[in-house]
Design a protein around this ligand. Structure first.
Ligand code: LLP
Length: 419
């Protein structure tokens, strides 16, 4: 059942392990809720992507928003990864993780002046620009700083990525990118912007994409656009194809990077650009992590059974926010089943990980493991209900390291001014 999570498996003793470490030894030591990540998975997934596109010498920039733990970022940076950031906060993390600035790309629709200044000061590789006023602001700031800003313009090819509407980004009605007509206009206007070095185009159509066709359609559209740009005399050395590769949460059978690359490479090579950037987040981290939680109570209130656990929507928001499916299993294998809602202690009805789902039979104090929690999980956590955020552990073979300690109540009130 955990086929999609190769490094999280039950071993002969009937317990789930991360690589060679039993999850029960980690809960004993660090308590719950606990995020556990597999070093091998992170590495393998990064390499899968890199290898798939090796012949075009890709710069893989891991999307920091998917998992922002500095230790994990550093691990990927050490493998050669760059980083895709969307805020000054993520820039701060990226630099702390030791990412060479020339491998940092900065996206997002709302970059503030201070963020642009900091990024220019840090000499990042480039800005992915989403609107004309943003480009004009960058030009002004670069002028004031007596420098030239490297830029990719983000286009919106109006492609349906066939994913959840909340994580669709490349359709006309989304706030992201620019339609081609506007984009060409901006390219022309940029001729008079002496402090902008417009190097390329960026295109990210959505997340959790499980088929090749949306990528392919986007690429075809981009190809046409690049030809139009060439006819206007613009030389475009860089193409950033964003992220978006989907993973298995339930029974999706997403195409693997190698299969995707096989179909896209001929078109990519035809684009006549020199440099390719990719910004994967979920593919690298999603199935590299789990959230382990402990059953507090079983509440039978006919017609329902509620399994009340000690993690909640503040730890993992995806099920509440997107009705996203996360597979849940008992830490100690159990063949009997129970139909239940697994819910957290937060005072919201949306605080549920499963609703009327057949799950492994569990009892009070047992542990359950919520799978596919390596991406958009801890990074979207909050302190709602004044709940300290969980601890995070990284496993490597039979070794493990605490890579973020559990928050304390002191941490939680540290910013508040008590007079
Ligand atoms: N590049 C850009 C410009 C993006 O907006 C994103 C994700 C990525 C790269 C990385 O995409 P990935 O490879 O991870 O699909 N919180 C949502 C996902 C939001 C994705 C936002 N953008 C979730 O939990 O499903």
């Amino acid at each position: 059942m955990t086929k999609m999570m190769v490094n999280f498996q039950y071993k002969n003793d009937g317990e789930m392990y991360c690589e060679d470490v039993p999850l029960s030894s980690l809960t004993e030591k660090f308590g719950t809720p606990l995020y556990v990540y597999s070093s091998s998975s992170l590495k393998q997934n990064y390499l899968d992507l890199y290898e798939a596109y090796k012949e075009i010498n890709p710069l893989i920039c891991f999307s920091v928003k998917a998992n922002s733990n500095i230790h994990i970022l550093k691990k990927l940076v050490d493998l050669g990864s760059g980083l895709d950031i969307v805020s000054e906060g993520e820039l701060y993390r990226a630099l702390k993780a030791g990412c060479p600035p020339e491998k940092i790309v900065f996206a997002g629709v709302g970059k503030k002046t201070s963020e642009i200044e900091k990024a220019l000061e840090s000499n990042i590789k480039m800005f992915n620009v989403e609107s004309y006023p943003e480009l004009a602001r960058i030009n002004d700031i670069a002028k004031r700083m007596n420098t030239k800003a490297p830029v990719c313009l983000r286009v919106n090819p109006d492609v349906d990525p066939k994913t959840h509407r909340y994580i669709t980004t490349g359709k006309k009605e989304n706030k992201f990118g620019l339609d081609f007509e506007l984009a060409i206009d901006i390219f022309k206007k940029s001729r008079t912007m002496d402090h902008i070095d417009l190097q390329g185009i960026h295109c990210h159509v959505g997340s959790q994409i499980t088929e090749v066709s949306p990528f392919f359609k986007a690429l075809e559209a981009v190809k046409g656009f690049l030809e139009q740009l060439a006819s206007e005399g613009f030389e475009i050395p860089v193409f950033n194809f964003g992220g978006g590769i989907g993973i298995t949460y339930k029974d999706e059978r997403p195409q693997k990077p190698k299969e995707i690359a096989k179909q896209l490479l001929p078109c990519l090579k035809n684009l006549n650009v020199k440099e390719f950037i990719f910004e994967p987040g979920r593919y690298i981290a999603g199935n590299s992590g789990v959230l382990v939680t402990q059953v507090q109570y079983i509440k039978k209130s006919p017609p329902k059974t509620f399994v009340i656990v000690d993690s909640a929507m503040n730890d993992l928001l995806r099920p509440s926010l997107y009705q996203a499916y996360h597979h849940v299993v008992a830490l100690k294998k159990h063949s009997q089943k129970l139909k239940a809602d697994i819910v957290g202690p937060i005072c919201e009805s949306a605080d549920a990980f499963t609703v009327e789902r057949e799950i492994d039979l569990v009892e009070q104090n047992d542990h359950v493991v919520i799978l596919s929690a390596g991406a958009y999980a801890f990074s979207m956590a909050s302190n709602y209900n004044t709940r300290p955020r969980a601890a995070e552990v990284l496993v490597d073979g039979e070794n493990y390291e605490l890579i973020r300690r559990r928050e304390t109540y002191e941490d939680l009130i540290a910013q508040e001014i008590i007079s």
